[in-house]
Structure formats: structure tokens, C-alpha cells
Design a protein around this ligand. Structure first.
Ligand code: ADP
Ligand code: TRP
Length: 321
């Protein structure tokens, strides 16, 4: 099965990115054909500082590699190193009704928040469709917030296939319901744009501060507490197996457990879990040319696959003359 996903290089990584998407991607390498890229063109909708985008791209690469992305077992590249994606996006634009894009929640949400809409933001799902269809992807692991974009991709592919004949594989979104939405410090979806994240690679003091900011209720220390409505529990459980979750649940229900105490434990758990990855990440970042080399090799493999699809598209549409 061919599995593909992308991540934007905009800002630091948080637990929502890791548990919502990256962890699963890295696991897929074992048994599936995994394609993974850094969506730097997409990031332009929120990053307009050139230096920050360039650095962010290298950092995103180091993050993935440190967390276990293996360029021998997968194809791993930077979106803009495969320019074929822009050509396909243009072709697909002609099979994308305006209404389809106007209905996209992520676009509507951003506009509602006062972000000035431009064509890049509006056409974002078309570029995403090109990312997916260019590689004939079958499965697309994403958080629930991206599900609609995969559905839009299917709609566009169906329209194209109906018109020109079968060219594109129809992708399925792959959403893990267990971690579909990782809650942030305040219980809302963890997201950079809400400022409610716990970041993976942060120095100790700043990360402790984030954990301590998790919002809890005012239940007195000695009273039983409800794990299902506790933001600390909902985040902590991501690191625990079933038995460990149950044990923590019992401690909540028994009373006498302070939120400060659980937060302290959660903080230590996060440090232990990501510590070894943080060290590897530093090593990757110290060798930017080494990183670029890995990415160039990935792009070469990706371009080979891309060219096969694009050849068909050009022929069918008459762009090849
Ligand atoms: P953010 O919302 O912080 O801007 P991105 O949009 O860059 O995060 O998301 C990158 C990937 O991580 C996407 O696949 C997205 O669905 C996933 N993701 C982000 N936040 C969460 C979350 N809180 N829970 C689950 N998945 C998430
Ligand atoms: N839009 C995705 C996000 O913000 C990133 C992305 C771009 C992507 N192209 C993709 C994800 C293709 C999956 C497949 O998270």
C-alpha cells in the first residue's frame, strides 16, 4: 500500500503533530511504501519570512529524521524539490469548482479569524490534491482537521478521471480515532495557532512551563477527580499503554492526587520519551549539508514517480502536443 503525507515546516513541533500524524508515519515504514514530504509551499500561506521558511524546512527534516524517518525505507523530500507538483496543481485547478473550495472549513476558519484571504490560501487544497494524486497515493494519514482536504482531493480526482479516463488513484484519509485530536493546554485542539501547545524539542525550563500551564479545574486535592474531563490525563494517556492508563485512572478516582503532582510526572515522562530524539535532532541540525544531501536523494526518487503520473496527465490533456 502506498502511504503519503506531508507536514508544514511552520514553527516548532508539538505533541499534536507527533501523536496525530508523525508517529504513525514512522511506523508505516515497516510494512508499507511510505512517501513523506515537507510542505514548504503550503507553509507560505502562514510564513512570509524567507529566512524562517528556509531554516524551518531544514528543522522539519531534522525532526522527522531524528524521530525515526529512515530515507532507506521511505521516500522523504521537500515539496518544492519536486516542481512537477505545481504543474499538476494547475491542471487540477481546472477540475476544481469554486464551491468546493469555498466550503473548506480550514479556509473558512482562517478567514473568520481575520486572516486576509489570498489566492494561495484559497487554492491550498488544490495543491494538496496535487501532492496526493501526483504519487498515486492510496492512504493519507492526517489529523481529523485535514480529512476534508483529502475528500476534496477525491472529488477532484473523480472529476478528472470521469473526463479523461482513469489516471488517478483515489486516496483514503487515514485517521486514528484514538488520537484524532490531541487536546492542547486548554482542552481545545492543540495547535500552533491557538498558542496551547506542548512542544517536543524545547529546553527543559520552557517545556516545564508549558506543562504547568495545562488548565485544570478547582477540585480540592483530597477529592476524587474525573480523568475523562481532565486535560492533564487526556495528554498523559498518549504516553501510556492500556494498563498504565487504567492505573492512572484509579489514582484520579481515589482522591488525594494533586494536579501539580500529575503534571510533574507528565513532564518527566515527556522528557524521558523525547530526550534521545532531541539529541539526534541536534546532530542532524549540526550538519546542514548532510541534511540537504539526504533530501536531494529523496527528491530524486520522488521525481521519478511524479514524472510517470505527469506523463499520463500531459498526454490525456493535450499538453503534450
Ligand atoms: P497546527 O494546527 O499546529 O498548525 P499543522 O496544521 O501544521 O498543526 O498540522 C500538521 C499535522 O499534524 C497534520 O497532519 C495535522 O492534522 C496534525 N495535527 C496537528 N495538530 C493536531 C492535533 N491537535 N491532534 C491531532 N493531529 C494534529
Ligand atoms: N495540509 C497539511 C497540513 O497542514 C499538510 C499537507 C500538505 C499534506 N500536503 C499534504 C498532508 C498532502 C497530507 C497529504 O497538515
Amino acid at each position: 500500500m502506498r502511504v503519503l503525507s506531508g507536514i508544514q515546516p511552520s514553527g516548532s513541533l508539538h505533541l499534536g503533530n507527533y501523536f496525530g500524524m508523525m508517529k504513525k508515519m514512522i511506523e508505516y515504514q515497516q510494512n508499507e511504501e511510505l512517501l513523506c514530504f515537507i510542505a514548504n509551499y503550503h507553509a507560505m500561506s502562514s510564513v512570509s519570512d524567507g529566512k524562517a521558511l528556509g531554516l524551518g524546512t531544514l528543522e522539519a527534516a531534522a525532526n522527522f529524521l531524528a524521530l525515526g524517518m529512515d530515507p532507506e525505507k521511505s521516500i522523504f523530500w521537500v515539496q518544492s524539490d519536486v516542481p512537477e507538483v505545481q504543474e499538476l496543481a494547475w491542471v487540477l485547478s481546472n477540475f476544481t469548482p469554486m464551491g468546493l473550495l469555498e466550503r473548506c472549513h480550514s479556509y473558512k476558519d482562517k478567514v473568520a479569524k481575520g486572516i486576509a484571504a489570498n489566492h494561495g490560501l484559497f487554492a491550498y487544497p488544490v495543491l494538496m490534491a496535487a501532492d496526493i494524486l501526483l504519487f498515486q497515493s492510496e492512504k493519507v494519514p492526517v489529523g481529523r482537521d485535514q480529512k476534508q482536504h483529502v475528500e476534496v482531493t477525491r472529488d477532484i480526482a473523480i472529476k478528472f478521471n470521469n473526463h479523461y479516463g482513469e489516471v488517478f488513484t483515489l486516496p483514503e484519509p487515514d485517521i486514528d480515532d484514538n488520537v484524532a485530536i490531541v487536546p492542547g493546554l486548554n482542552g481545545q485542539k492543540m495547535s500552533k495557532s491557538y498558542g496551547n501547545t506542548i512542544d517536543l524539542f524545547l529546553e527543559e525550563k520552557a517545556q516545564r512551563k508549558q506543562v504547568m500551564r495545562i488548565v485544570t479545574d478547582a477540585t480540592p486535592l483530597e477529592e476524587p477527580k474525573d480523568p475523562d474531563n481532565c486535560n492533564v490525563f487526556q495528554i498523559y494517556r498518549l504516553f501510556l499503554d492500556k494498563d498504565q492508563q487504567e492505573a492512572l485512572r484509579q489514582r484520579y478516582l481515589a482522591g488525594g492526587l494533586g494536579y501539580g503532582e500529575v503534571k510533574g510526572e507528565l513532564f518527566e515522562t515527556i522528557r524521558d520519551f523525547f530526550g534521545p530524539y532531541a539529541r539526534r535532532r541536534k546532530e542532524f541540525l549540526a550538519d546542514a549539508d548532510g541534511l540537504r544531501k539526504i533530501l536531494a536523494q529523496g527528491a530524486e526518487k520522488a521525481r521519478y514517480l511524479a514524472s510517470k503520473t505527469l506523463r499520463k496527465v500531459r498526454k490525456k490533456t493535450g499538453i503534450t502536443y
